[in-house]
Design a protein around this ligand. Sequence first.
Ligand SMILES: [Zn+2]
Length: 296
Amino acid sequence: MSVIGIDIGGTNIRIGHDCNGKLKDFVKISTKENLKEGKIVECLANIIKKYIGEYCKDEEIQQIAIGIPATLSADRKEILQVPNIKGMNNIRLGEELEKVLGIKVALERDVHMLYFWDKYEQKIADDGIGIGIYIGTGVGNAIFINGKPLAGKDGAAGELGHIPMIGGKEQCGCGNLGCSECYASGWKLVQIKDKCFPETTMNELFVKHSNSHILREYVDAIACVACSEINILNPDSIIFGGGVINMKGFPKELLEERLYVHARKPYPAENLDIKYSVDKPDNGVKGAIIFAKTLI
Ligand SMILES: [Zn+2]
């Protein structure tokens, strides 16, 4: 008996299955080449069938869990809006795949799968409130209460990247103006690099310039955004992750200093439990497997 975890991203689809608590047969394929607009269910069903045929044909698959970079309905049945993959909106993907595969399929936001993994790896207890803040291209956010992801009335809870900043005028990818993502995301960091440090590679940006005024302001923006959630929830633990946080030379000390500055005193400021996620390509799949196992 086994479960399969799938992580669908704008660039890659990653798949793996569980073998006695270890990830086995991790596979990565291109999203663009394998998911065709108008045939999303058919394409995914074929990918899964092929994977099972190659790697787990002698096992009974009890559950599949799929992480999607999307807004999902509150009951996690329907994909409402995917910014980066064409043709995925308004599909009841789990149910459609179940019909074809005859295996139970559950959906969750990709960022929740990341948190499921981090929670396991960092041995975070289920009790209380845990938050994950993932600074990648955008600002990903997971809020877990007593071990379960918070979905909200419409499934749209945890949109920390779209907190409106007072006076913010920049255009956000979501259509609104002045969202926090316009100041604290990976795409903002690319803009800063192109404008202020065109000679420096992205890899070397913090190594060479983390003391510059503009990058210190950028790290402060991340802290500001994080504290808008920290001051509301007073979480038991905070995990920071994502590509930006994992960049070489990212100034974690400065981030923590600025978090303390913006957090309400004395609490939550005096008792912040800050952890860092190690960015690995299979984290989303491993998280999906952990989630799948909670369903059987
Ligand atoms: Zn926005």
